[in-house]
Design a protein around this ligand. Structure first.
Ligand code: FE2
Length: 423
């Protein structure tokens, strides 16, 4: 396959991309098409590495309204609602909903997802369902699973054993939720034991950490400490980190270098953070999202996750990582040229680093995974939630969509065609 005349996220224009044996064999202007190659005219549109979601809950997705909707809209009612739904779940329904979501993802150029899976169910029904989904989607989507003790690894009886069983079954990452344990002290103990478990098994860690508006929720400090102590640099992620929004500035000035030293990745979930945080405030209401520009400026890798789509916590969402980037951009006020580009990176390359994806990127030798967006630049892709014209994985086309445009016929004006209106 030869892709002709693409624009790349770094601004290079008129670039051709040659695929051979599922890899990018050449990337430069003016490449000749080998005999028999499929030639695709990119028409100058933006060719990007695929979207990656660093934080999702595939066991809960598309369950909106089951058994009822979240009336208060709070995180805690969402957790209670999920608890009501859990006994009613069947493996078939879990698999069906997850597969449907994966179809949505692929159609939008989202080809790798890290999903948490709740292990606080002695049957491990969701774990078995998502392991089955991981196996079935493997030819077209990389699904990474995190053993997530939703009700607290110490607070929920049997959760630690179930978490270990989930890892034995092949779940990829150790999860946690220290701010949901009974006390700060138990939260800190949970971080320690889960990091030690990950070190023992040579697995990555990804914890829901400080998903709270409490400025004194400081489990990220403990997570950074144990990452550094156990030599887990680059393998540990703190997800949400919303308490950081409310922390004292002096304390944050000490915390960020510790996170940097420990090589901890950070994940913000803009759609969910702006929806769930600040719920106990009157006015002014806090935004609650973690300090994205400051984390980036401190040299910490920051990704954005979708977190939820149509589930007990969030009544919207569609698997569109450009919507996630747009919300992150607004909430963090990252409106400069550099800021908008950083938000695009937060749903592509930064998340790929968090997942540790092999051969990801638009470079010679990388896997031939990419998405063609009907936009001229990353900022325009975010602004327009650009149509995904072509989604390719390993050189195989997974999805195609026609270019969108609107033909205007305005009185007193010559007819015209505009793609930026066709959203
Ligand atoms: Fe989450």
């Amino acid at each position: 396959m030869l892709i002709r005349n693409a624009t790349l996220p770094d601004g290079r224009q008129g670039v051709d991309l040659l695929v051979r044996d599922g890899r990018i064999a050449a990337l430069q202007p003016g490449l000749a098409a080998p005999e028999g190659a499929t030639v695709v005219d990119a028409g100058g549109w933006l060719l990007s590495p695929p979207f990656v979601d660093a934080h999702f809950h595939m066991d809960a997705t598309l369950s909106y309204g089951l058994p009822r909707v979240n009336a208060s809209g709070t995180l805690l009612e969402g957790i209670a609602l999920w608890g009501e739904l859990k006994p009613q779940l069947t493996q078939e329904a879990l698999v069906e909903r997850a597969l449907q979501y994966c179809d949505w993802a692929v159609a939008q150029g989202l080809l790798a997802i890290r999903s948490h899976v709740d292990v606080c169910d002695p049957r491990l029904l969701a774990v078995e369902a998502l392991l089955e989904v991981r196996r079935r989607v493997a030819p077209y989507l990389e699904l990474q699973l995190v053993a997530f003790p939703q009700d607290g690894v110490l607070r929920s009886p049997g959760a630690l054993d179930q978490l270990k069983r989930a890892l034995d079954l092949g779940v990829d990452v150790v999860g946690g939720i220290p701010h949901f344990e009974r006390t700060m002290d138990e939260g800190a103990q949970s971080v320690r034991l889960l990091c030690e478990l990950a070190a023992e098994r040579a697995l990555p860690v990804d914890m829901h950490c400080d998903e709270s508006d409490d400025p004194l929720s400081r489990h990220i400090e403990t997570l950074a400490f144990h990452s550094q102590r156990l030599g887990l640099q680059g393998r540990v992620t703190g997800s949400h980190l919303t308490s950081m929004h409310s922390m004292d500035n002096y304390y944050v000035s000490k915390l960020l270098p510790l996170m940097r030293e420990a090589g901890v990745h950070a994940v913000a979930n803009p759609l969910i953070n702006i929806t769930l945080q600040g719920r106990h405030d009157s006015y002014p209401k806090r935004r609650g999202m973690t300090r994205v520009p400051e984390l980036l400026a401190a040299g910490i890798n920051v990704g954005f996750g979708h977190d939820c789509v149509l589930d007990p916590w969030y009544s919207l969402g569609s698997g569109d990582m450009l919507e996630v980037a747009a919300m992150g951009l607004h909430v963090a006020q990252m409106t400069s040229q550099q800021g908008m580009r950083q938000c695009f990176d937060a749903v592509t390359v930064n998340n790929a680093r968090i997942l540790g994806l092999d051969g990801y990127g638009l470079e010679v030798g990388c896997r031939a995974d990419f998405v063609l967006l009907q936009a001229r630049s990353p900022a325009e892709a975010i602004r327009l939630r650009a149509p995904r014209l072509l989604v390719v994985r390993g050189g195989h086309v997974l999805a195609r969509a026609p270019e969108r445009q609107v033909a205007l016929q305005l009185p007193g004006r010559p007819p015209s065609v505009d793609f930026t209106l066709a959203r």
